[in-house]
Design a protein around this ligand. Structure first.
Ligand code: NCD
Length: 311
C-alpha cells in the first residue's frame, strides 16, 4: 500500500489485513507499561491539518509515537499556509524536508488525491484524514475494528447510518468499506440530507428511523455538519432531533446486542441523547481507543510493509 486515500476501491484482503494488524497491535500493547514499539524508528510522519480536529490528529500522533516514528504536527493556521502558500508547495516542502508520510485533512473534497499526485515522484505516502465531504478512510476502518470486536465477522450484519449523510465523509467511507466487508447498510436521513445519486450506492435508503432500528445490529449516528451547510436543510434543530435523534425511547427499539457508534464530535441532545451515548451499548470511547491501533496499523502497512524494520 503506497497511500490510503479512500475506502472506495480498497479491496477486502487489504482492509482485513489492516484490521488484523490493528487487532494484533492492540493485543501486543495491552497491559504494557511502556507502550512503544521500535517499528517505525527513523521514519517521519507529518500531520497537516487545514480543518479542526481533536481525535483524528491526536490519535495519528499517538499512533506514530507508539511506533517510535518522529511525528510533526503542522496546523494550517500557524504555518506558511497563513502567508498564502499553496497546498502543492506546502506538500512539496514537507516531502523535501524528509516526511515519509503526510496525513492530511482539508476542507476540499479531492485534496488528498491531489496531494498524492503531486508527491508521486517523492516516495512520500499520503493518508487522507478527511477531505471535505468526500472520504475519511481511517474512521471507517476504526469503526469496522470496533464493530468486529463487538459483533464478530461483519458479513451479513446490518448497519444503519443516520443523519447528515450529504456532508459526511464518515458515511461515504463507511458505505464503501462495510459493503466490501459484506455488511448490509441502511441510510436514514431526511431527503434534504441525502446526496444526489444515492440510489447508485450499495445501500437501502429510509426516512423513518423508528422502522429501521429493530433490524439493526449497529447504528451509527452522524453529526449535523453546520459548518458545511449554506442554507436550510431542516426546519429547526428541535424538529431534526425529534425525527432523527437517537433518544432513550427510540434506543429501546434496537435489539439487545446492537452497538451504538458515533465518530465524534457528538452534539449531545441533538443527534444523540446523553443517556444513550453513555450506555453500555455505545462503543464511542472504544472507537477512539481502536482509532489509535488502526492508525498504527495503517502507518505500519504504508511505511514498514516493504522491507522496513518489522521488529
Ligand atoms: C468526523 C470528521 O471530521 O469527518 N470527525 C472525526 O474525524 N471523528 C465527523 C464530524 O466532524 O462530524
Amino acid at each position: 500500500m503506497r497511500h490510503l486515500l479512500s475506502t472506495d476501491g480498497l479491496d477486502a484482503d487489504t482492509a482485513k489485513a489492516v484490521l488484523d494488524t490493528a487487532d494484533e497491535l492492540k493485543r501486543t500493547l495491552l497491559g504494557r507499561e511502556v507502550r512503544k514499539l521500535p517499528t517505525l524508528r527513523g521514519r517521519t510522519v507529518v500531520t497537516l491539518f487545514y480543518e479542526n480536529s481533536t481525535r483524528t490528529r491526536v490519535s495519528f500522533e499517538i499512533a506514530g509515537k507508539w511506533m517510535s516514528a518522529d511525528v510533526i504536527n503542522v496546523s494550517a493556521s500557524s504555518s506558511s499556509v497563513g502567508k498564502g502558500e499553496s497546498l502543492r508547495d506546502t506538500a512539496l516542502t514537507l516531502a523535501a524536508a524528509g516526511a515519509d508520510c503526510v496525513v492530511v485533512r482539508h476542507p476540499a473534497s479531492g485534496a488528498a488525491h491531489r496531494l498524492a499526485d503531486w508527491l508521486r515522484e517523492t516516495g512520500t505516502s499520503v493518508v487522507n484524514a478527511g477531505d471535505g465531504t468526500h472520504e475519511h478512510p481511517t474512521q471507517a476502518l476504526l469503526d469496522a475494528a470496533t464493530l468486529r470486536e463487538r459483533l464478530g465477522d461483519l458479513a451479513g450484519r446490518r448497519v444503519t447510518i443516520v443523519g447528515d449523510v450529504l456532508h459526511s465523509r464518515v458515511a461515504r467511507s463507511n458505505v464503501h468499506l462495510l459493503a466490501t466487508l459484506g455488511a448490509e447498510v441502511t441510510l436514514v436521513a431526511p431527503p434534504t440530507l441525502l446526496p444526489v445519486g444515492v440510489e447508485a450506492w450499495p445501500v437501502t435508503v429510509s426516512h423513518d428511523l423508528d422502522s429501521a432500528l429493530p433490524a439493526a445490529d449497529a447504528v451509527m449516528m452522524l453529526r449535523v455538519q453546520a459548518e458545511r451547510m449554506h442554507g436550510g436543510f431542516f426546519p429547526t434543530a428541535r424538529e431534526y432531533s425529534i425525527a432523527y435523534g437517537l433518544n432513550e425511547t427510540r434506543a429501546r427499539l434496537l435489539p439487545e446486542h446492537a452497538v451504538v457508534l458515533h465518530p465524534g464530535p457528538m452534539l449531545r441532545g441533538m443527534e444523540i441523547a446523553s443517556a444513550v451515548a453513555d450506555a453500555p451499548s455505545a462503543a464511542i470511547t472504544e472507537q477512539v481507543r481502536n482509532g489509535v491501533h488502526v492508525r498504527m496499523a495503517v502507518l505500519y502497512h504504508l511505511l514498514a510493509g516493504d522491507g522496513g524494520d518489522r521488529d
